[in-house]
Design a protein around this ligand. Structure first.
Ligand SMILES: *[C@@H]1O[C@H](CO)[C@@H](O)[C@H](O)[C@H]1NC(C)=O
Ligand SMILES: *[C@@H]1O[C@H](CO)[C@@H](O)[C@H](O)[C@H]1NC(C)=O
Ligand SMILES: *[C@@H]1O[C@H](CO)[C@@H](O)[C@H](O)[C@H]1NC(C)=O
Length: 382
């Protein structure tokens, strides 16, 4: 009897193990899945067509700011008093139609995120004359998109003269136009963002940083080999004096001297360095096998793609040789370049791949929705 009892116990134990172990495994998988899904959902919610009733704010997106990031409200409180957000602006510079669309997409995100400062787009004069008679339907695509930005996303239109130099190329004109941020002296501070990017969370708190001529993050992907500042995101205090310095440097520059070289030459030692976490993340980070530069630690266990995505505020498309997201990606390029799946504790994980492919497909969907003004017009006419 005692031996049969012993057998019973053994059996139930075995049974228990047989039942509990798979259950535990299922729960573990479920946890991983829900967490990953949550990040994907937030990404999609952020980029989805907003409802007519209002914008998605931080609460509706289920976003909780990480504890080590200073919140706007903390800073405002320290500021003792209401902030006059109209003294500040996010700026975009545009030299051609492709980049115009990118910029408008970025402003659409800021609008949807309830960002408070002004939004300013600097665009070539020839694209649109705000004083010309006639309504949007008479105008070209560029003008229609600018009108949409102004009317739907509360963007201020600032026509500019795109400059050129004799030995010139298009890249120089672009980087010159970016530097016009220093000339927007109707504002106390402007935040210039490269438009081949996604704003995942607004960055209004940056406008309340201590006074400085410029604040930028380091190009963490080049550090420590090269200790240079990244001009993908640049907080600028516009002034006639600084603008003159920047322009003088731009004129004196040799071929190959672009905005990044110029601001590094002038501000390398005096800029306020922004933490690249959470203000500058490259999409290629999700393809990388070594995250020590981004994370600031050699511990491979510290890499958590979902946590990194949830923390990041500004994601820049940089995946050479993968083309920029508005250009078609050849299938072979995608197959060769997309992030590899990994084996974690004996289980295959493709989180990085799913997220990375999501960055590209959502960009395409958003681009169609925001910039396809022609098809909308056709629908309206019907
Ligand atoms: C965000 O949206 C929710 C739901 O619409 C609303 O209750 C909340 O007040 C909003 N928060 C802010 C800061 O606007
Ligand atoms: C800089 O701003 C001033 C004042 O708004 C304007 O007159 C001037 O044309 C601008 N310079 C450039 C190069 O755009
Ligand atoms: C990642 O790169 C850094 C810097 O080159 C190096 O020190 C580190 O050992 C690498 N880590 C891994 C896990 O390969």
């Amino acid at each position: 009897m005692s031996s049969s009892h012993y057998l019973d116990v053994l059996c139930t134990r075995r049974m228990r193990l047989r039942v509990i172990a798979p259950l535990l495994f299922v729960f573990a998988m479920l946890f991983v899945y829900v967490r990953q899904n949550d990040a994907m959902r937030r990404m999609q919610a952020l980029w989805r067509q907003q409802s007519a009733t209002g914008s998605l704010n931080a609460t509706t997106m289920g976003h909780h700011p990480p504890p080590d990031v200073v919140s706007v409200d903390d800073l405002v409180e320290q500021h003792h008093g209401p902030v006059d957000w109209s003294r500040f602006a996010y700026t975009q510079y545009v030299t051609n139609s492709a980049y115009l669309c990118n910029s408008v997409m970025l402003f659409e995100l800021l609008h949807r995120l309830d960002s408070r400062p002004d939004r300013v787009i600097m665009y070539p004069q020839h694209m649109f004359d705000p004083d010309a008679p006639g309504d949007a339907s008479d105008k070209g695509n560029d003008a229609r998109l600018l009108i949409k930005a102004r009317d739907e996303y509360k963007v201020r239109l600032v026509p500019i003269q795109v400059q050129s130099r004799s030995m010139d190329d298009a890249t120089w004109a672009e980087s010159f136009t970016k530097l016009l941020a220093f000339n927007q002296s109707q504002y106390d501070r402007v935040l210039s963002l490269d438009s081949d990017s996604v704003v995942l969370q607004h960055m209004d708190e940056l406008f309340l940083l201590p006074d400085c001529p410029v604040a930028m993050p380091r190009a963490y992907w080049l550090y420590p080999d090269k200790e240079i500042l990244s001009s993908q995101i640049m907080l600028v205090k516009p002034s006639a004096k600084e603008f003159a310095r920047v322009m003088a440097r731009a004129e004196a520059g040799t071929r190959g001297d672009y905005d990044m070289e110029i601001v590094n030459y002038l501000y390398r030692d005096s800029a306020l360095v922004l933490p690249h976490r959470p203000y500058d993340l490259l999409t290629s980070e999700f393809r990388s096998e070594n995250h020590s530069w981004y994370l600031g630690t050699d511990d491979p266990a510290a890499w958590d793609p979902v946590a990194v995505f949830n923390e990041a505020k500004f994601l820049h498309f940089s995946d050479w040789p993968v083309p920029k997201p508005w250009l078609p990606m050849p299938e072979s390029t995608r197959d060769n370049m997309q992030p590899k799946c990994r084996t974690v504790n004996g289980v295959e994980s493709c989180v990085e791949r799913d997220m990375w492919l999501g960055f590209y497909s959502d960009f395409t969907a958003r681009r169609n929705r925001v910039c396809n003004t022609a098809s909308k017009k056709r629908k309206l006419r019907r």
